[in-house]
Design a protein around this ligand. Structure first.
Ligand code: AN7
Length: 353
């Protein structure tokens, strides 16, 4: 029997990544995520086709694993014994996982009280050294940059170009799955690394002649944390979508370049619009994402309602799993739960059958 092909971003996409013969080919099986066609929201969004890229299916439940595997492999190649990141939660979960696997120490700087429970559970489970800071993500990232410039610890935020390199592979996968680039790529924007990475991926694929065109990049920020839309940093960002509660994105110029070069847009969606899309994805599509991920679909719905949808084929990136943030789910829904005795008769009575 032939052993299964090794999986993961480094194995599958290594020739497009900054790896050398000295790079350890680590993997948690990241990448190769499903591209699933919409059954209900496609029409509501005024599109001919809507596909969901389920980045929530990565090993730690978010897209961060694609870039983290490259960043951690390169850090090891450079002899690092420790990594550090600032995070709204998903980066820290991913960094802590790869660090655990590779025997590295992982320091994570998180905004105190503002990280969803599932993400904290992951950082704790993977043995991360967690520093809850009295400030927001932007403050934590500034501190992480200073600390890693001074101490022998590798910074694995998306300001590390290896992160962006790994994340661009999702664009390759979309083009391979659809046979070409889509007309629209809808994506949530926080620190703006991912929109930067996707745009790079689509451009690279077109330059290689493997796609015949580029998508229009549609980025969506939460209204309470929309610095790129406003054109100025937001000192105190707020949103239910804690993953994208970021007031001064590190890859700001990457995001505006993606928007402008692609003929796309970056707009804001309110928390109500985010939670509406969050609910529609769960109840009409059977896809449970965290609130930040729903921003991509909220944005498409908003464009349709404003009469700005132009049809075509769109891909919405669903960046993180709904299980990351159970508290938002519990708060959003009136659960359909009935207490009953553990007998068929008792359950019939409870159901009124
Ligand atoms: C689910 O984990 O910034 O625009 O520290 O977790 O590349 O920042 C997370 C960001 C979208 C925004 N969706 O991506 C972090 C962090 C989810 C996220 C984003 C994040 P970027």
């Amino acid at each position: 029997m032939t052993p299964p092909r090794e999986r993961g971003v480094l194995h599958r996409w290594g020739e497009y990544l900054p790896i050398t013969p000295g790079t350890p080919m680590i993997s948690l099986g990241e990448g190769d995520t499903p591209l699933v066609r919409s059954v209900a929201l496609e029409a509501l969004c005024g599109l001919d086709e809507l596909w969901f890229k389920l980045e929530s299916c990565n090993p730690t439940g978010s897209f961060k694993d694609r870039g983290m595997v490259v960043a951690v492999a390169k850090a090891m190649e450079d002899g690092a014994k420790a990594v550090m990141c600032a995070s709204t939660g998903n980066t820290s979960a991913s960094a802590a996982a790869y660090a655990a696997r590779c025997g590295l120490t992982c320091f994570v700087l998180v905004p105190g009280g503002k990280v969803a429970a599932g993400k904290m559970a992951q950082a704790i489970a993977f043995g991360g050294r967690i520093l809850e800071v009295d400030g927001n993500f932007d403050d934590a990232l500034n501190a992480a940059r200073s600390l890693t410039a001074k101490h022998p610890v590798a910074l694995v935020n998306s300001v590390n170009p290896n992160r962006i390199a790994g994340q661009k592979t999702a664009a390759f996968e979309i083009c391979e799955s659809l046979g070409d680039a889509p007309d629209i790529l809808a994506i949530p924007v926080g620190n703006a690394g991912n929109i930067t990475a996707y745009w790079r991926g689509f451009c690279e694929w077109a330059e290689l002649g493997r796609a015949s065109r580029h998508p229009r990049m549609h980025g969506f920020q939460a209204a309470g944390a929309a610095p790129i839309v406003l054109g100025a940093p937001v000192a105190e960002p707020h949103t239910v979508a804690t993953a994208i509660r970021i007031g001064n994105p590190a890859s700001w110029t990457g995001a505006t370049a993606a928007r402008d070069e692609s003929g796309g847009l970056i707009e804001a969606v309110t928390d109500d619009q985010i939670l509406e899309a969050y609910e529609l994805l769960a109840r009409r599509e059977g896809i449970f994402v965290e609130p930040a991920s729903a921003a991509s679909v909220a944005g498409l719905l908003k464009l349709a309602r404003e009469g700005r949808a132009r049809g075509g084929r769109a891909v919405a990136v669903l960046t993180g799993n709904g299980l990351k943030d159970p508290d938002t789910a519990v708060a959003r829904y009136v659960p359909d739960i009935t207490r009953a005795p553990a007998t068929a008769e008792g359950i019939e009575r409870a159901l009124g059958w």
